[in-house]
Design a protein around this ligand. Sequence first.
Ligand SMILES: Nc1nc2c(ncn2[C@@H]2O[C@H](COP(=O)(O)OP(=O)(O)OP(=O)(O)O)[C@@H](O)[C@H]2O)c(=O)[nH]1
Ligand SMILES: [Mg+2]
Length: 321
Amino acid sequence: MFVDEVEVIFQAGNGGDGKASFYPGQRTGPDGGNGGDGGNLYLAVSSDLTLLNQFQGKKLRKAEDGRMGGKFRKSGKNGQDLTVYLPLGSIVTDLDTNEVFELNEISQKILICKGGFKGRGTHDLASPSNTTPLKAEPGKPGQKRRLKIVLKLIADYGLIGLPNAGKSSLLNELTKANVKVADYPFTTLEPNLGAMGKKILADIPGLIEGASQGRGLGIKFLKHVEKVTMLLHCISAESDYLEEDYRTVRKEIMQFNPELTKKPEIILLTKSDMMSDKDLEKKQKILKKHGRVYLVSILDDRFHPSKLPVFKSDFNPVWMK
Ligand SMILES: Nc1nc2c(ncn2[C@@H]2O[C@H](COP(=O)(O)OP(=O)(O)OP(=O)(O)O)[C@@H](O)[C@H]2O)c(=O)[nH]1
Ligand SMILES: [Mg+2]
């Protein structure tokens, strides 16, 4: 099960209590050591999109508490910090304050819960006006937050299309992703990401008619298309119903969120190796009225997807619609 929304409780470590004690024997005076500070809880970012699965059945994450101070002015150990990795594209909302943290970059690290301060022991608490304090300070509680985490996939390019159109094959060919490819619909059950240099390419499970109403797998993932900069609409050259294939997917996107149809889109006529040049020309013509159409194939070098102008830095999508 691919989890893309969870509610969790994150908690920093509590500060350790100070120690109330006095030197034994002839030496007098307070010797109680300070407690240790509670560990901080940090959020960090990973490209592993399945990371929200870690919260299934385990909603609490807590950094270590600081230890209590000891006799002979011995300080308690600080609690260890805890870093929780969340998928790139996570939007974290504090359910009590409505504060929002967006995790948009791999290098991000956010202090989300601050560890509690240590309590002072009787040694540090002693002062000229109170030379023998009887009580030590308790540690302060660590910050605790109730958080909602929603994953919105962030990518520069989103591969969309009917099931079996060859989307995952393109992802594998263009990036180091190694996702499952097979000759049947709905091979891909969860979105996958791959990196092409600094650009991120997303492979989204196939969309079918009714996806926006919940048919197939589509609806759960259509929201991920919302963060994509450009749509790469894959249509198999094998199909005899290119126009219908195109419209089916566009209609679902439109019904889900009309804003999505305003995104720049190019059409990729996939598996172009399976057709004669003459047929390819005809097929390309049919789709031309909807935008730029490119022939692609992972088997025919002439049409290798890495040659697509869209991946060149000077590519300008303005002409598109
Ligand atoms: N001949 C040929 N076959 C291809 C090409 N690209 C993909 N295929 C085949 O088409 C089938 C479907 O490919 P996938 O990449 O799994 O398609 P998909 O769009 O990700 O499918 P879903 O995940 O089910 O939506 C597989 O059998 C691939 O080997 C291509 O360029 N040429
Ligand atoms: Mg696939």
